[in-house]
Design a protein. Structure first.
Length: 132
């Protein structure tokens, strides 16, 4: 599976739309979630806090179609801090922690995932993050 790409600065990232198909690993799923976030930096790291919610339809475990409604929150923590690399550019690494909860085909669902993040800070401060 291809990484999710996020374009950012030290203080924010461009909103990302996750489709129902991507979120639920179901090519027939409809709907989407718009994820927005903001970043804060210390001398050692940059932390992006994000969230969003959405709904749609998907294939249920019993083969029928049903509704889904999910909220996602989380953090992306990368180091070194983005501002420390803004002048000359450099490489970032870190983690993303996602929390999601909601309903799927009438059942309450919740989960937490942790994944790796790598990224590049271009001279001037533009950031590209890759989530695996």
């Amino acid at each position: 599976q291809s990484p999710t790409v996020i374009t950012a600065t030290a203080s924010s990232f461009v909103p990302v739309t996750l489709t129902g198909a991507e979120l639920l690993d179901d090519p027939t799923a409809t709907g989407s979630i718009l994820i927005t976030g903001a970043g804060t930096s210390t001398s050692a790291q940059t932390v992006y806090t994000f969230g969003g919610s959405g709904s749609g339809t998907a294939r249920c475990d019993d083969g029928t179609r049903g509704n889904w409604n999910v909220s996602i929150t989380g953090t992306i923590t990368v180091s070194p801090a983005v501002p420390s690399l803004a002048a000359s550019g450099g490489i970032l690494s870190g983690t993303i922690v996602n929390n999601f909860s909601g309903t799927f085909c009438g059942f309450t669902v919740s989960d937490q995932d942790t994944n790796s993040v790598t990224g590049i800070v271009n001279p001037g401060g533009a950031v590209t993050l890759l989530i695996f």
